[in-house]
Design a protein around this ligand. Structure first.
Ligand code: ZN
Length: 174
């Protein structure tokens, strides 16, 4: 869900302009950044038969990441800390909808959230795009609308338009 994570970050940034853009965007992707590190280290195997990402993507882990990463911005004040934490937390519902495996409540926990059947979303629908592709578009467009609405008095329209095109381009590519 690269595009949706980015769109969520832009919407949160527009709602809290004092938050550093890089912090919001890193926050929105933080579980994925950790996953890349853990996967490279062999801690979170990526093969379909042994796939595990509970350290980077369990509910408890994402909450801890949100609190810790948000706290790093305490000198900016509570609203910015909350915005950065929310950017991290936004990863949770988005990945719960589209993810190779359901998200564990904590690492190696049996209780999970999300669909157990990954193939459900891979079914091709209109334009030969998958159900997940359409689902992500249906989530990304309203997030971009929030971004447009909240940022149109703060940013030049060409910046808003270009960043929205980057998000939509990412969605088309991935
Ligand atoms: Zn993720």
């Amino acid at each position: 869900m690269f595009a949706a994570h980015l769109a969520a970050g832009l919407a949160i940034k527009a709602a809290q302009p004092k938050a550093p853009t890089w912090a919001i965007l890193v926050g929105a992707f933080l579980p994925d950044l950790l996953w890349i590190g853990f996967a490279s280290a062999g801690v979170e195997p990526t093969q379909s038969t042994t796939f595990f990402d509970g350290w980077s993507h369990s509910v408890a882990s994402i909450i801890v990441q949100a609190v810790v990463f948000g706290s790093c911005f305490h000198r900016y004040g509570r609203p910015v800390m909350i915005a950065v934490g929310l950017a991290v937390l936004s990863h949770l519902p988005l990945d719960a909808l589209v993810h190779p495996k359901p998200l564990e409540l904590w690492p190696h926990a049996s209780p999970v959230i999300g669909l157990a059947d990954w193939s459900w979303g891979q079914t091709a629908l209109a334009l030969r795009k998958s159900r997940y592709w359409w689902l992500q578009l249906a989530i990304t467009l309203p997030l971009l609308a929030i971004y447009w609405r909240a940022s149109r008095r703060q940013l030049p329209m060409n910046i808003i338009g270009a960043s929205s095109l980057v998000v939509l381009g990412l969605h088309l590519v991935f």
